[in-house]
Structure formats: C-alpha cells, structure tokens
Ligand binder design. Structure first.
Ligand SMILES: [Ca+2]
Ligand SMILES: [Ca+2]
Ligand SMILES: [Ca+2]
Length: 371
C-alpha cells in the first residue's frame, strides 16, 4: 500500500472515530492530494495485532491472536508552522493603505489557530503606522487568489487571532499600514516589517485560543505535544510554537525635474511654426524665431510622476508661433493661436494632467517671434 493510500486509510479511520473538530479537519484534508505533509494526524490510534498458526504432529492448533487486546498507541501532536514573506513593496512617502503580503502555513499534524503580531524594526529608516492585519484562507492549492478562489481579505480586529487552520492549511496575511513622510524619507529609504505568528489552541479545544498547552502525558494512549518550529527572525526562537518573516517597504520618489534650453532658431522668422530641416542659429533681432525647449526627467526607479501640470507664459515682446509636447503619458496642452501678440493677451502654454514614467524624458518645445 502506498504512503498516500495508507494515509487515506488512516484518515478514514480517523473520520469514524474522531470528534467533530478533527472530523472537519480530516474531511478538508481528504480533498487535497498534498494532504498530511506533516504525517499522521494527532490523536490517531495506531493498532498492531497478530495471528499465530502452527501445527503439532500434523494437527493444526488453535490460532493464537491478540486481536482482542491489540497493542495500540495514540499519535502525538506536532506543532510546526512557517511564516513566509511574499515580496517587498515600492511606496512613496506619505502613502496610506500600503500592503505587505505574507502567508502562514500549518506544518503540524493538528488543527491550530494563530495569534498574529506586527513588529517595526528599529534599525532601519522609518516605521509604519495605522497597522491593520487582514487574512484570507487559501482554498487548498497554495496559489494566491484572494478576491477569487480564496475569498476576500477581512480585517482581524482585537487580538488578531486567525480562524482554525487544519494540517497543511495556508492563510494569506496582509499587513496594511501608512508610510511616513518628511525628513529622511527619501528614495532608497527602507522600512522593515515583521509578521510573527504564535500557535494557539484551536477554537474547538477545551481551552480555545490559549497558548499551546505542551502536554507531556504519561503512557502511550494519550497525546503529547512536540514543538517542531524553527526561528524565522530574531523576534522568536526555535521550539516555541511560533515563526516569523520580514518584508520591507522601499521608498521610491518620483523626482521630476525641468530644465530649459533657449536658442534663436532663425533671425528672419522663417518656418517658425513648422520647422523644416535642420535648425539654424540666428541673431536675436526683431522678427527672429526664438525657441524654448523644456526637458522633463523622472529619475525615480519605478514610480510614475502623475498629475503633472506646467505653464509657461511668454514675454510681452513675443508673438506666439507654436508649441508641442512629446514623451508624456496622456495629458493635454493648451496654447494661444498662431501669431497671437503676447503684449495684448497673456500667451500661456499649459500642460495639464500628464504623467511621466520612471526613467523617462519628455519635452515641451515652444517657438515665438520677437516683435
Ligand atoms: Ca522601522
Ligand atoms: Ca488559492
Ligand atoms: Ca519559533
């Protein structure tokens, strides 16, 4: 019999014998091909019996057996869990409701609940605030699908105790918090956040949600508890029924700069509206076509600069010729009409609600005629 079949058989036996709590756990596990990674469930009764046949003088003797007094023992409880951090997040200073995702897996052989705690690190660049903990129970495939197969995240209020988690069960945890702003909260700053999960007795136990009771029962027919957890961070130690992992928020500020270039395109004002061919260098004499080029750069690593608004007002000594923007994502541009006299009307060239991706460069070119 394969290990899996054996486990299925044990699960079946268990379902026949167990109380309601383990019954539910057993049914859930029975649906998953990855069930019982932690081995035989706690409280399972393991029975060993024998039958002995022999003959004497060619005559078969009565079978000797212990089936009515079989050797049995009860499988002890293994408490083990793993907290995993599922990746850092890039944020901007002052951002609210920023999420770090973790998972908590029950690697033991019994139903457990977990108390969740969040720790800010002291030796990094900033601490998060307004911390909320949200959880969503995985549907058994280990694939992150909150909002779909894994249901929606819901906030854990109060002591932040999870639902009961069966053997091999996985719960997704979101730590939602606010990022500070101000001095030192600049590109490259890091805020480390650790999630600690402490194993509790399940809600169905006689001491629901109490810290793990490390039973050390005498004899073989009662259940002991073995703490098998390791240490994930310095916030907890091995064999204490807890585990932890650290995720980071990393600051990336959209750093938008604008620089201006000026030149006299053509002293005779030729082609000032529609430049054809290579640009010329001319004298800044009345009638000349002058050109302003604004260069916008976003030096962030990943964060797009959004809601960019920019206005340039031409001097009263000019007449507007043309304006053109390129390199932005979206946005609109408003400008005066051709040859509008900026001494009579304000010549505003305005970009509204544009965006510039990280690392990108955009330009605004304006040409005007010197009166
Ligand atoms: Ca910190
Ligand atoms: Ca899933
Ligand atoms: Ca530990």
């Amino acid at each position: 019999m394969s290990n899996f079949s054996e486990r299925k058989r044990l699960a079946k036996n268990k379902r026949q014998q167990a109380g309601l709590a383990t019954l539910i756990g057993g049914l859930m596990l029975g649906l998953s091909p990855a069930a019982f990674a932690a081995g035989t469930p706690a409280n399972t009764t393991v029975t060993n019996s024998y039958m002995l046949d022999y003959t004497a003088g060619g005559v078969a003797q009565n079978t000797v057996s212990n089936v009515d007094d079989a050797v049995t023992f009860t499988v002890d409880r293994v408490v083990d869990l793993t907290v995993t951090a599922l990746g850092d997040e890039i944020v901007v200073p002052g951002a609210v409701d920023q999420d770090l995702i973790f998972s908590v897996a029950n690697m033991g052989n019994d139903l457990q609940a977990y108390k969740l705690r969040v720790m800010n690190h002291a030796s990094d660049d900033f601490d998060v605030s307004n911390v909320q903990i949200l959880t969503a129970l995985d549907d058994g495939d280990g694939v992150f699908e909150p909002g779909a197969d894994d249901g929606n995240f819901s906030v854990l209020d109060g002591e932040a105790i999870t639902d009961d988690l069966p053997t091999d069960g996985l719960i997704w945890v979101t730590i939602r918090s606010s990022i500070p702003s101000g001095r030192g909260i600049d590109s490259g700053a890091v805020g480390d956040v650790t999630l600690i999960a402490e194993t509790l007795e399940p809600s169905t136990s006689s001491s629901p949600h109490s810290p793990i009771i490390v039973r050390d029962a005498e004899g073989t027919d009662r259940t002991d508890t073995w703490l098998a957890d390791t240490s994930g961070t310095a916030f907890e130690m091995a064999k204490q029924g807890d585990h932890s992992a650290t995720n980071s928020f990393q600051i990336d500020m959209p750093q938008l700069t604008a620089s201006a270039e000026f030149r006299v395109h053509h002293q005779d004002g030729i082609e000032c509206e529609n430049l054809v061919g290579p640009s010329m260098e001319g004298y800044a004499i009345p009638g000349a076509c002058v050109e302003y080029t604004y260069i916008f750069r976003n030096s962030a690593d990943v964060t797009t600069a959004e809601n960019i608004n920019f206005t340039n007002t031409l001097d009263t000594t000019l007449k507007f010729a043309m304006a053109d923007m390129s390199g932005f994502n979206g946005g609109t541009i408003e400008m005066p009409s051709f040859e509008e006299d900026c001494g009579l009307t304000d010549c505003n060239i305005a970009i509204s609600d544009a965006a510039l991706a990280a690392g990108d460069v955009a330009t605004l070119t304006i040409r005007a005629l010197l009166k």
